[in-house]
Structure formats: C-alpha cells, structure tokens
Write a new protein. Structure first.
Length: 218
C-alpha cells in the first residue's frame, strides 16, 4: 500500500513539476533550491483518529503525530524531523483549512513554532467500497511547505482511512449530521520545489552570467 501511494504521489508531482527549463543554468538552480527547501517524503507511525463529514475533516486530540524513521518511508530533508502537529479541514468546497495545516519539529518546543510548516490550498476525498461492509476513504491535500528560512516547495499528502458499513449508509448519516469516525492508517507527503521559484532562480542566474560577460567585455 505504501509503495502504491509512493508511486501515485511521485507520478502526480512529476507531472506538476514537468515545466520546460530553458537553460542549463536553470537546472543548477533547481538543484540548489532542492537543497534548501523542504523536499522528500515522509509517513506517520502509529494510528490516529479523525471524523469526516460531507464537507469537513477533523482530527481527535492530541493533534500530534510521530514521523517514521524508516529510510524507505522518510527521505530528503524530512529525515531531520521526528514529530508534528496537525490542523483541520474546515471545508472542502471551497477549501478552508486550519493553516498552517502541519507544523514539523523535533520536540514540543519546535512543534507549533510556526517554522517548517505545510499550508493546504486545496483538498478532496474519495469513498470506495473496499468490501461488502468496509469503506476505504482517501483524503488528498495539496499545498505548500515553507522551511524555517522561508523556502517554498509544493506538496501533496494522502490520508487513508477505513470504516465499516457502506457508502450509502455514510451518506445517509451525513444528511443526519452524523460524522464518520475512523482511524487513519497513514499520512503520506511528498514534495517538489515550486516551479515558479525555480524559474525565478534561473532568471537571476542568467542575469548574473550576462553581467559577468559585460564586465569581461569592458
């Protein structure tokens, strides 16, 4: 399941990041941006509980989680974090979330400090009848990570939940105002540098090259 989600996210993010780069200098700038921004993947350890209504997604207290130390599940700059706190999705249409939605850190002092965060810009979910009496729920969030130094990187995360019953029962309960209460088995995020940031870095790099050429000519 983890490998499937990893391939799914990598494919999604690859499409998002597939913007033509005009010069070789821009490739160099992209590598520099990756080194500075929050990039890679990470997953939760343990389980947490959440409630899903037709247009909202909330987490039960304590709204904290532990980041997996498995190198197959946590990579890149995310290996420097061990814990995090999470907000709520107050509305799916339009998307309104408690932002920052995630705040990453290493201890109580660095969680909730406003650094190394993820803000949700859009969110959606799907309901799948996985078995006769089992519904699988995937909540997908898109947005932007911001490092402690202000670097921006695009990100996407998937929450996977399962609950007993049928999709019809869930929707009927929603009409009555009854939420689906379920345990989410994973929180999985992957990132790529923001394309507009990379383009900006490329233009700056090109400008510096032209400036040096002018000085050499003079």
């Amino acid at each position: 399941m983890i490998n499937f989600k990893s391939r799914l996210l990598n494919a999604t993010l690859a499409v998002t990041a597939a913007i033509p780069l005009a010069t070789a200098g821009l490739f160099t700038s992209a590598g520099s941006a990756q080194a500075a921004a929050l990039v890679g993947e990470f997953s939760l350890t343990g389980d947490g509980s959440a409630s899903l209504l037709e247009n909202s997604f909330t987490f039960s207290n304590p709204k904290t989680f532990t980041i997996s130390s498995d190198p197959d599940l946590t990579t890149g700059t995310f290996t420097g974090f061990t814990k995090g706190s999470i907000g709520n999705i107050l509305s799916f249409a339009p998307t309104i979330a408690t932002n920052p939605f995630l705040d990453l850190g290493t201890d109580a002092a660095t969680i909730g400090d406003g650094f190394n965060t993820f803000a949700v810009s859009s969110a959606s979910y799907t309901l799948t009848q996985a078995a006769a009496n089992l519904v699988s729920i995937n909540v997908i969030t898109d947005g932007f990570f911001k490092s402690a130094l202000g670097e921006i990187s695009q990100g996407q995360g998937i929450f996977t939940l399962q609950t007993t019953g049928t999709i019809a029962t869930i929707k009927d309960n929603w009409k009555k105002g009854t939420a689906v209460k379920a345990t989410y088995s994973s929180l999985y995020f992957a990132t790529v540098p923001e394309p507009t940031t990379l383009i900006g870095l490329g233009l700056v790099g090109a400008g510096m090259v032209m400036s040096r050429r002018r000085k050499s000519f003079v």
